[in-house]
Design a protein around this ligand. Structure first.
Ligand code: TXA
Ligand code: MG
Length: 333
């Protein structure tokens, strides 16, 4: 039986008991819900991979309380990383450093680096403080499904597989944290998110975006996998191809397929009286609504047609990355 409890003294006590026993607990963050376990405990970390059905070469992020001394876990923190941490943490930015090997090697799947995240969500901070341990946590969804942005989403994916979901309401950010490689001379974005490449560049002068090429070595192993995908068929169209998108809608609809168009405020003006879901008017709104809409869409539709927004910079890079992956395509930049 999986229980959903608000974050209180009692539920935190229960969460700590489960974590110390070597179990995984779901908890809220400002991006998406995480499925956390004691990062020092190899059996507990392995349990996370098992529960999610996660490939065992896709490393986990370690979550720590804002007062945790990360120098016990990682070495060689460069000057630019200190500036970025000062500016963006706690918040939706994960930083990859050289690992000291203090946590279980199962966390990083044998890599010599470790990804560290200090979430800003009040419930996450309370959980991390109460437990007092670094917590290895991926998103709390079944592997390759859409990430969860509410306790109900977690329950849908993991009902019966875990004992406790700490409920901190709906996640405001909506897409996973930016993953930034901080092991080199300049920071490199491995996964885009709410802290954009442009924001990092503005803070420290330089930032690159890592582009994974098919068949190449993935600096962030998660890049290789299809992710964030709804259970139903999903097709993406460029804004200029909207007439093709509408033609597909009409063709499928005539066959009896339940179809829905996903679009932004601009796309909405093009769809006429067809069924649609608007993700929002700003990149932040779109990020925040994206996963809930994809989960709603897969429940009610056989086919989701995405008319992609035209903007691709800043936070939209993260939204586009998730939308493209939802459509089973790899996002190349
Ligand atoms: O917002 C988030 O980051 C959420 C919440 C729960 O904190 N977590 C999350 O975790 O999205 P997950 O496991 O779904 O994604 C972690 C990503 C993967 O793409 C993984 O490959 C990458 O981070 N990653 C983890 N450790 C890494 C490392 N040492 N080097 C490079 N990439 C790493
Ligand atoms: Mg994930």
């Amino acid at each position: 039986m999986t229980e959903i409890l608000p974050v209180t003294e009692d539920s935190l006590k229960e969460a700590k008991r489960l974590i110390l026993r070597g179990d995984a607990v779901a908890f809220p963050t400002e991006t998406v819900y995480g499925l956390g376990a004691n990062a020092y405990d190899t059996a507990a970390v392995n349990k996370i991979f098992e529960i999610k059905g996660r490939p065992n070469d896709n490393p986990l992020i370690v979550h720590v309380h804002k007062d945790f001394d990360i120098s016990t876990l990682v070495a060689d923190v460069p000057g630019y990383a200190k500036i970025l941490a000062e500016k963006f943490l706690p918040g939706p930015l994960t930083m990859v450093y050289r690992s000291k090997g203090a946590v279980s090697s199962a966390v990083s799947c044998g890599l010599d680096t470790l990804a560290i995240r200090i979430p800003s969500h009040e419930g996450a901070q309370k959980f991390l403080k109460y437990v007092g341990l670094p917590i290895a946590a991926p998103s709390a969804n079944v592997s390759k499904h859409v990430s969860p942005t509410s306790a109900e989403h977690v329950l849908f994916d993991l009902n019966g597989k875990i004992d406790l979901i700490l409920d901190g309401g709906e996640c405001s950010g909506g897409i996973e944290s930016t993953v930034l490689d901080c092991t080199g001379d300049i920071p490199v974005v491995l996964r885009s998110g709410l802290v954009s490449r442009e924001m990092v560049e503005e803070a420290v002068g330089a930032c690159r975006e890592y582009a994974y090429r098919e068949g190449g070595v993935a600096r962030s192993p998660g890049m290789k996998y299809k992710h964030y995908a709804p259970a139903c068929r999903t097709e993406m169209f460029e804004p200029a191809q909207y007439e093709q998108a509408l033609a597909l809608y009409d063709f499928e609809k005539a066959k009896g397929t339940k179809v829905c168009i996903i679009c932004d405020g601009e796309g909405k003006k093009l769809v006429g009286d067809r069924k649609y879901m608007c993700l929002g008017a700003t990149p932040g709104e779109m990020a925040s609504n994206l996963y809930a809409e994809l989960r709603e869409g897969e429940k009610t539709s056989d086919l989701l047609i995405v008319i992609s927004p035209a903007d691709r910079s800043g936070v939209m890079a993260g939204v586009m990355n998730r939308l493209t992956k939802a459509c089973g395509k790899r996002y190349e930049n």
